[in-house]
Design a protein around this ligand. Structure first.
Ligand SMILES: NC(=O)c1ccc[n+]([C@@H]2O[C@H](COP(=O)([O-])OP(=O)(O)OC[C@H]3O[C@@H](n4cnc5c(N)ncnc54)[C@H](O)[C@@H]3O)[C@@H](O)[C@H]2O)c1
Length: 346
């Protein structure tokens, strides 16, 4: 029986989700060793353990970090995440997300690291009519991004069976919110996620918000998504690192709430929280945007004892606003005085 790690864990990619997970690992007495090439991440987000600069495609550099810190599990976040960019530059996504995962797995195999937890995505399912998606649902990714996430999962699953690794693929639905400590938060550049964009548009009329498609077969015509607080995602990773599993096992688990919110509902929640109107324009549907992506999260609860605890839309919006009021890092961010949100940060 592989008992799971309780010592040092290699966290590839301490971006948005990785930095929150590093904090959660540290809180459980596990040392998060961050391995990142800072291509889209921030050194300031690495606060809870050692930092190793490197690229996941560089197997020797990964081996060196694993050996130096006596790593007993890898949580693999590093990669490219923008769906639209993956349509425009699929080669880049296959290089970083697929070749990168392959090279990383080579390091895992050569160092006999027993466990890998992989950041997967609801994007592996693609278009579906299901009101709630279970792990058994058909997987037909609607974008090159989704293809690369599914390829990563399949590589890991096969290597678990072949080399006795223990693997988890955690399929996040829409990560949102920020840690209440205000030291870390969402700082994608460019930002394509709805909640930070809606907050930005509420604060600054010059930052126009576009709603991509309002003629979907959903109650108000806009896309339905399952927003899950980034600290809930972090807790699931800690659970996956600590769970007792036999060598060679692999599980793919949905991380969501089971409740969908439409784009219009999210805009209304941000408006209500800020007490400001958000003007938005209507744009065409984006390639690769399924109308509904809502999780059936029951398997994660059954297998990991995990349940989203902080993922009510109001809590997510409140925590995202606190970060947006005074982001500790990130380009294009404005100081709190300019946002009029200083009170939220207090
Ligand atoms: N944010 C979401 O809503 C969401 C949803 C589903 C799945 N995911 C998955 O979660 C993971 C993390 O997402 P995020 O929002 O935190 O992304 P992010 O962009 O904030 O973080 C990614 C990190 O990976 C690093 N990185 C990129 N390429 C690298 C490379 N070649 N070598 C080393 N480091 C590299 C970046 O510098 C960055 O710090 C991704 O794998 C993504 O596919 C995210």
């Amino acid at each position: 029986m592989n008992e799971g790690s309780d010592r040092a864990v290699l966290v590839t990619g301490a971006g948005y989700v990785g930095s929150h997970t590093a904090k959660a690992l540290h809180a459980r007495g596990i040392v998060p060793v961050v391995f990142d090439n800072l291509s889209s991440g921030y050194r300031e987000a690495v606060r809870w353990g050692p930092f190793e600069y490197g690229d996941i495609r560089d197997t020797a550099a990964v081996i060196s970090a694993i050996e130096k810190h006596s790593i007993s599990a890898v949580i693999h976040f590093a990669g490219l995440i923008e769906v639209g960019r993956s349509v425009a530059r699929p080669d880049l996504f296959w290089d970083v997300n697929v070749i990168g995962t392959l090279r990383l797995l080579e390091a895992v195999k050569l160092t006999r690291t027993p466990r890998v937890v992989f950041s997967s995505s609801a994007a592996v399912y693609g278009h579906t009519d299901l009101a709630r998606i279970s792990e058994a649902a058909p997987k037909h990714p609607a974008s090159p991004y989704g293809d690369t996430k599914l390829a990563g999962e399949r590589m890991i699953e096969a290597q678990c069976a072949a080399y006795g690794l223990t693997g988890f693929a955690l399929r996040y639905f829409n990560a949102a919110g920020a840690d209440t400590g205000a030291l870390i938060g969402e700082a994608h550049e460019p930002e394509t996620h709805l909640i930070p964009l809606a907050i930005a548009a509420a604060l600054d009329q010059s930052r126009a918000l576009t709603v991509f498609g309002d003629d979907f077969a959903t109650p108000d015509g806009t896309c339905l998504r399952d927003y899950v607080h980034v600290n809930d995602l972090a807790a699931a990773h800690v659970a996956a690192v600590l769970a007792k599993r036999p060598a060679g096992s692999f599980e793919a688990l949905n991380l969501g709430t089971g409740v969908g919110h439409s784009v219009r509902e999210v805009i209304a929640a941000v408006q209500a929280a800020l007490g400001r109107d958000i003007s938005f324009s209507r744009g065409p549907r984006r390639t690769g945007d399924p109308p509904i992506l809502v999780a059936d999260p029951s398997l994660a609860q059954q297998n990991l004892g995990w349940k989203a605890e902080h993922s009510g839309l109001d809590e997510i919006v409140r925590d995202a606003m606190r970060w947006e009021a005074a982001p500790a890092y990130g380009v294009g961010r404005r100081p709190p005085r300019a946002t009029g949100l200083a009170a939220v940060a207090a």
